[in-house]
Write a protein that binds this ligand. Structure first.
Ligand code: ADP
Ligand code: GLC
Length: 504
């Protein structure tokens, strides 16, 4: 690495980040990737909202005195905000927090916790965050080589940088990378969003950048205006350019940018998910000494009200209870699966229909089917540690992290072969010498049942199981390789932006 590369500076923008805020995998990724980038010699700065739930004291988050008062234009209003900062734990990375009582002085990150519904002012909140980050970068007089935006919540930044004639002078030489973590959440708003966001109506024409079936689609804008687009696995990068099923209506836009679209598989933080040192589980264990896993298994039975059995494998799940994750085909498969000698331990929150459905199933199959409808990190660790199998029957899965956490804990994944699941999990052979899980292709209750049945049969041979666990626990899914790929990507993205609105 030469000195110039060493000074590469990337500003990462995200609406969730461990250890401050988390809804799903995006937070884990944002919590781990920057540390690895720093190790590789990149300069990293992070921008994220200061949600009401973030405990400022315990993270040493302090208000910046200079600049003390800033504003972000939302529609016709100038919305005030302040900048707070802290060093990311264990690093020298500056995290800048956008503070606004109006937008963040409430419970919830994207949705109202009580109802699961999106916030009514989602349009204003989205615009505010994007504008506030731009204003902050300028006020701090930062000149990053690359701004790395993640998902639609930060998808307007690339457009704001490119909208003035010749682009915003502050950002001359700054390139943009936009990462798609989930294409299903696009940020689709009524045309009045154009005024809220300050986007020109002239470009609200069919086929134009600001128009999407009579509405405005922030994800589409991000895909057009970013220098480079990445997503979180190679297979998902391919899938989203194919059909509507994966592209969610943006497959055409993605195809038009195919040469700038890359897939980089997420990694995991091996320290946060380490069976040998995990303080959240009842007993630790290692590939060579798996005894502690039995203690965790017993704890899991108890926590989920399951009837203990050495013979019946425990199948765990930790997931947002949403359509993406395959809860419809699982519910359909349950009557057949309950004929097998198995236990289920499911942890999750999400759509109301699944809360009701899964509570009902728990009632019906008491002692075999345990459900906890809550967000609970400790239980998530217990499931990873105490389960025999981990089920992810996703309809689509950009990457998925839990299958990799499971491997660390010797918990064999059963997955639908899609997106990142396909890239990380390969079928086990009979002898247990090759592969690391069970996969199925067809998105159906039948496919799922077949894979689970195979896994249950496999459970009978305890010696083989021990060998398989020992091997998969040692697989390396850390960020090392992928962070290097990001570093190369930033190099390529330096000074590179997507569409410019100067050619009218
Ligand atoms: P996604 O981002 O689509 O939700 P991932 O597999 O990438 O899926 O990441 C999900 C992350 O959220 C994991 O770290 C998982 O442990 C965590 N998680 C999901 N639901 C819960 C829950 N109910 N309690 C605790 N952790 C959860
Ligand atoms: C999204 C995806 C998940 C991915 C995560 C982090 O939430 O659903 O598959 O692992 O983002 O990239």
């Amino acid at each position: 690495m030469n000195a110039k590369e060493k000074n590469m500076h990337v500003a990462i923008v995200t609406t969730e980040i461990v250890p401050y805020s988390k809804v799903g995998g995006l937070a884990d990724v944002m919590g781990a990737l920057p540390d690895e980038l720093e190790t590789l010699g990149c300069g990293v700065t992070i921008f994220t909202p200061l949600y009401a739930s973030i405990d400022r004291g315990s993270f040493g988050i302090r208000r910046l005195s200079e600049p003390s008062k800033l504003t972000a234009v939302v529609g016709t209003k100038k919305m005030p905000f302040s900048l707070y900062t802290a060093k990311k734990p264990g690093t020298s990375i500056d995290v800048y927090f956008i503070e606004s009582k109006h937008f963040y002085g409430r419970k919830g990150i994207y949705t109202v916790p009580e109802t699961g519904e999106g916030f009514e002012d989602e349009a204003e909140r989205t615009v505010f965050f994007n504008r506030a980050v731009i204003e902050s970068i300028k006020a701090l007089d930062l000149h990053p080589d690359v701004i790395h935006c993640n998902d639609f919540h930060s998808g307007l930044i690339p457009a704001y940088m490119s909208m003035d004639e010749g682009g915003d002078p502050h950002f001359q030489g700054t390139g943009t990378v936009f990462s798609v973590h989930n294409l299903a959440y696009q940020g689709i708003f009524d045309p009045s969003f154009l005024e809220t966001a300050g986007l020109e109506r002239d470009f609200f024409t069919p086929g134009g950048p600001f128009e999407y079936w009579g509405k405005v689609n922030v994800m589409k804008i991000a895909l057009l205006f970013s220098g480079i687009i990445s997503t979180v696995s190679k297979t998902y990068a391919k899938e989203i350019t194919t059909t509507d099923e994966y592209g969610y209506g943006l497959e055409g836009v993605l195809r038009s940018r195919k040469k700038d679209l890359v897939g980089i598989l997420n990694g995991i933080d091996p320290d946060a998910w380490d069976p040998a040192a995990d303080e959240l589980i009842p007993a630790n264990f290692t590939p060579a000494d798996q005894e502690g896993k039995e203690t965790c298994r017993a704890g899991l039975h108890k926590a989920f009200g399951l009837k203990p059995s050495a013979k019946a494998p425990v199948i765990g799940m930790v997931s947002r209870l949403v359509d993406q994750k395959g809860f419809d085909i699982l519910a359909e498969a349950i009557p057949d699966l309950m004929k097998l000698d198995v236990r289920f331990a499911i942890l999750g929150t999400g759509q109301q229909k699944y809360h009701e459905l899964y509570e009902e199933l728990q009632e019906r199959y008491k002692g075999k089917f345990g459900v906890r409808l809550e967000y609970n990190n400790e239980l998530a660790h217990l499931i990873e540690a105490g389960s025999d199998y981990f089920l992810m029957p996703s309809r689509y899965e950009p990457c998925g992290l839990n299958q990799m956490y499971s491997l660390r804990y010797g918990t064999i994944p059963i997955v639908r072969a899609t997106g990142g699941l396909k890239d990380t999990i390969k079928n086990l052979d009979k002898a247990g010498g090759k592969g690391n899980g069970f996969t199925f292709k067809e998105y159906s209750a039948k496919g799922l049942t077949r894979a689970v049945t195979k896994a249950v049969e496999y459970f009978g041979d305890s010696k083989r199981l021990r060998r398989v666990r020992e091997r998969i626990m040692q697989e390396d899914h850390s960020w090392k390789r992928s962070a290097e790929e990001y570093r190369k990507l930033y190099k390529r993205a330096k000074g590179r932006v997507g569409m410019r609105l100067t050619t009218r």
